[in-house]
Design a protein around this ligand. Sequence first.
Ligand SMILES: Cc1cc2nc3c(=O)[nH]c(=O)nc-3n(C[C@H](O)[C@H](O)[C@H](O)COP(=O)(O)OP(=O)(O)OC[C@H]3O[C@@H](n4cnc5c(N)ncnc54)[C@H](O)[C@@H]3O)c2cc1C
Length: 480
Amino acid sequence: MTNSISVGVVGGGMAGSTVALRLAEQGINVTLFEEGATLVNGPPICHLHAGGNLYREISDEQCITLLRQSIDTLRVFSHTANIRPTVIAIPTHDNGNPKQLLARLKKLRNEYANLVERDHKNQVLGPVDDYFKLYDRDALEALSKETSPITAHTLDDWMIPVAKNLNLDEFKLPLIIVQEYGLSIFRIAATVSLALEKLDSCKVLTQSKVTHIQHQEDNIGWEIAYTSANHSEHTIKVDYLVNACGYRTGTLDDIPGFKRDRLVEFKAAYLAHWPDCKEEWPEVIFHGERGTPNGMAQLTPYPGGYFQLHGMTEEITLFKEGIVASSEHSAQPKLGGLFHRKLSDRWYQTEIEDRSKNAIEHVAQFIPSFCSAVVGGNPLFGAQQIPGDDPSLRAADVSFAGVNYARAEIVKASSALEVADAIIGNLEQDAPNQDCQKPLERFSTTHSLNADEIISLAKKLADDRNFPTALALPFGQYLS
Ligand SMILES: Cc1cc2nc3c(=O)[nH]c(=O)nc-3n(C[C@H](O)[C@H](O)[C@H](O)COP(=O)(O)OP(=O)(O)OC[C@H]3O[C@@H](n4cnc5c(N)ncnc54)[C@H](O)[C@@H]3O)c2cc1C
């Protein structure tokens, strides 16, 4: 039985914490090592990507995978979605066309309909018929005369502030609204922390850095050496090792000499506070060519007038030499020193101000009234791995090497459950489990958590990490 197996998971980000949770919920003994003080404390997670509609450059297959994975994620991690749709706007200067997006949206809606038909609990993105909607000029002009309700309920309600604030002459119409939600990293961190605390089969070791791994003498199990908070050194033996070190996955691969092609990319998003904002906004994305001054702009709303901004230009989200590749000699791509300073939280105040203001201006070119927004806090940044050599890959999960060694290689948070399922499958090849429960039903401890306890811990985590607590709150809940 798999329950007699011991598993060591190195890295307590979204991937490692989800794997540990899945294994522990099944009663498998797992030890989770995390160098940081808390779980899921890595690069930002703000979009769910239920359909990959923020990436017009990826394949339909990747979009469908992300849709399926996102639905599973919402079913397991209840209380972590920021439920508000996304508006896709294509500026007139851009080469794209709304018609090009339509075929994919219809495919995604069909896929969503199939998933809901298979299991009604999959209906977590609202009614199938409302998965997306198009708004032509007449419809937008009519909405621009309406008053936004205090709480938006319908797609039309969400569209009112967009119709009021965008200069329609500057866009190729129709505008599209789609059920692409936000995802709260703070409520995910709170969920996994609270659930793992309740599960006896998981031992969580935070402030514990794994320094070495080697096969045990039988060449099957692994010996893990780690340093804990008080600098004391320890070793433990496990049967199976999961490398979930995020952008540092290659550092662990290099110890036993496992080869792997991968990219690492450093990126950042910025916080703005828009005091004049009196309405509930949807997410709005303005398409543009990545890496050029016209790179895509993203406005991600939070309660209390806070917005997170991305701008896919080198002066905002992207950085010169911010993407690096592994080499023949090392599975770990090496970022330059500038990024190490930023990764260890040592941004200069001028960098924060300059890049945040660039982001505000980038969005204000499309929403002129947004120019009254001010810098709203620290940037949300980090490095992420992309397995292989295609920088546009978005749907990725797991790979295996040697004996009893798995690597989590997610690019998007919603792929983490797939990693966990694949690892269970790998473990059960040797020791099939008799339990026929469906994977999504196996999270009884996680599902027993209530929204209030998750939100309360999420607020504390946001505060401890020096972000406004508004970022931890679901829509409809305002700052007290
Ligand atoms: C600017 C930006 C915006 C993003 N936005 C989104 C988004 O909206 N939606 C989305 O889904 N994804 C988004 N991503 C990607 C997402 O953040 C990552 O894909 C995801 O966090 C990866 O999770 P992970 O668990 O693999 O890695 P990480 O979150 O990096 O976790 C790895 C963990 O391993 C620990 N670790 C490493 N080495 C050791 C060691 N030797 N010993 C102990 N612990 C170790 C680290 O401390 C870390 O906590 C974004 C990324 C960036 C950079």
